[in-house]
Design a protein around this ligand. Structure first.
Ligand code: NAP
Ligand code: MG
Length: 478
């Protein structure tokens, strides 16, 4: 797989250099990918430009575009097992999670296939003697920088939406997780995607990623990743006056009132922090509990966390490994800080004996009495660590919920409908779930952040507006 995918062909990188690919379950190298550079990006952008500017892709009727996306969706479903296996190896995803991700990317393409020919503009009332109409047109060539935690899902929501709106795409996956996307590009060609509609350049973020963000010929950038790199991307885009969508991190609260139905809430609360080993932008990583129910909820959540087992992806334990050694060290750093403080460690899951010592395994952990100013309360851990704290009343819950730099997702658990809605309106975040929580789910649901969680929306129909530019045409007919 040590090739890029440019102009419907696998092509060797211009430098000939490669990057080793590790299996997080055992820490061993099992493949290599091409180390892309600015020359590879230049070639990919040229292929995409040719596709968009009068190429077959650019001239395709929306209904035909939709049919191609639908064909790809079917091919993704037909190959879901193979794709899931690639991500199990590449990202350490347990079997069930890998299959869910492979199924989700097919669903994204199904959703966007149906939307291709439904993106219509308007006629606008204006001065007598004039007719005005608006068109949603593609930007042209869109760049997509994708992180390692959900490569297929984020490809689906970002590239799926951009293709549906008629753009040609250049994709830079994270160097830790490219393999499934290279395979998807091959499937797209088998489905009949025209030359240059979809291009993938692998490599390091500071090389290939930065080159993509700086590339002349890119008309829009969709970035999903950390707030730090999001700033760099926005700066690059600003120099060329190119619009960006930033899908950044989160520190999303799960807010439990004393009247909540705990039987319903418990499995959801725990899953929202351990899904994908906590490496989820919308992980429910803060547990805010009404003071009168605090100890009761800690005990119940802790009991559940204590039963969780961590182990190799292929054995499909509750939790898989983290992506790489540095991520494990980061998570262990947060736990060491907690241990050295007055915070209470309530419960931890266990590492299964089948786990190789060279893999990157972190135990799911519930830490209580986390002060709002502690890094564990405000920084993204990106591991299976749940930080709990009590609140007094609705106002206090809102203050804590809004008390970080992030604003991506929130969950509210209460049997009081009015309170649920009041909370939802007062919380500053892109999504709020009442009596449920969707860490990453919901193809149809517009998704994105406020504050340092970013701006712009992907998923749902809303994404198509971001991947389009509106043109207004004014006719004087007398
Ligand atoms: P990251 O370091 O920001 O990397 C994200 C992507 O950017 C990768 O493809 C990376 O490539 C690339 N990149 C790194 N430096 C770059 C640069 N200077 N110029 C251009 N591209 C560059 O983030 P991460 O640590 O991989 O991912 C975790 C973060 O992503 C978390 O903060 C998480 O919350 C966020 N995330 C957000 C969402 C969302 O939808 N809001 C979804 C998933 C993840 P390399 O990895 O190859 O260096
Ligand atoms: Mg990998």
């Amino acid at each position: 797989m040590s090739t890029h995918f440019i102009g419907n062909r696998r092509v060797a990188g211009s430098s000939g250099e490669t990057i080793p690919v590790l299996d997080p379950s055992d820490g061993q190298v099992f493949a290599h990918i091409a180390r892309g550079n600015s020359e590879d990006i230049r070639r990919a952008v040229a292929a995409a430009r040719a596709a968009a500017d009068g190429g077959t892709w650019g001239r395709l009727a929306p209904v035909e575009r939709g049919r191609l996306l639908r064909k790809l969706s079917d091919a993704l479903l037909a190959h879901h097992d193979e794709l899931a296996h690639l991500e199990m190896r590449d990202c350490g995803k347990p079997v069930k999670q890998a299959i869910a991700d492979a199924t989700a990317v097919a669903r994204y393409f199904e959703f966007y296939a149906g939307a291709c020919d439904k993106l219509h503009g308007e006629t606008i009332p204006y001065t007598p003697g004039y007719a005005v109409m608006s068109f949603y047109e593609p930007h042209g060539v869109t760049g997509h920088i994708i992180p390692w935690n959900y490569p297929m899902q984020i490809f689906g929501r970002s590239v799926g939406g951009a293709l549906a709106a008629g753009n040609a795409c250049v994709v830079k996956p994270a160097e830790d997780a490219c393999l499934s996307l290279l395979r998807i590009a091959e499937l797209a060609v088998e489905c009949g995607f025209p030359d240059g509609a979809l291009n993938i350049v692998t490599g390091y973020g500071h090389e290939a990623g930065q080159a993509l963000a700086d590339a002349a010929g890119i008309d829009h950038i969709s970035f999903t990743g950390s707030a730090r790199v999001g700033t760099l991307i926005a700066q690059s885009a600003a120099r060329r006056h190119v619009p960006v969508t930033l899908e950044l991190g989160g520190k999303s609260p799960q807010i439990v009132f004393a009247d909540a139905n705990l039987d319903d809430a418990l499995p959801v609360i725990v899953n929202a922090i351990v899904q994908n080993a906590g490496q989820t932008c919308s992980a429910g990583s803060r547990l805010l509990v009404e003071a009168s129910a605090y100890e009761r909820v800690l005990e119940a959540v802790g009991a559940r966390i204590a039963t969780l087992k961590v182990g190799p992806a292929v054995l499909d334990f509750d939790v898989g490994p983290l992506i790489r050694a540095s991520q494990l060290q980061r998570v262990e750093g947060f736990l060491a800080d907690a241990k050295a403080s007055a915070m209470r460690s309530i419960a931890q899951g266990s590492i299964a004996p089948e786990s190789p010592a060279t893999g990157f395994y972190a135990r799911p952990t519930l830490i209580a009495d986390v002060p709002m100013e502690a890094p564990l309360a405000c920084d993204e851990v990106f591991g299976p660590v749940l930080a709990a704290m009590p609140f007094r009343d609705e106002a206090d819950a809102i203050r804590l919920a809004n008390g970080t730099e992030y604003g991506l997702v929130a969950g509210v658990w209460t049997e009081n409908g009015g309170r649920g809605l009041r909370m939802a309106r007062a919380i500053r975040s892109g999504q709020v779930f009442i009596n449920n929580y969707g860490a990453g789910g919901g193809v149809e649901l517009p998704f994105g952040g406020v504050k340092s969680s970013g701006y712009g929306r992907e998923k749902g129909f809303e994404a198509l507006y971001g991947f389009s530019v509106m043109k207004t045409v004014v006719i004087r007919h007398g």
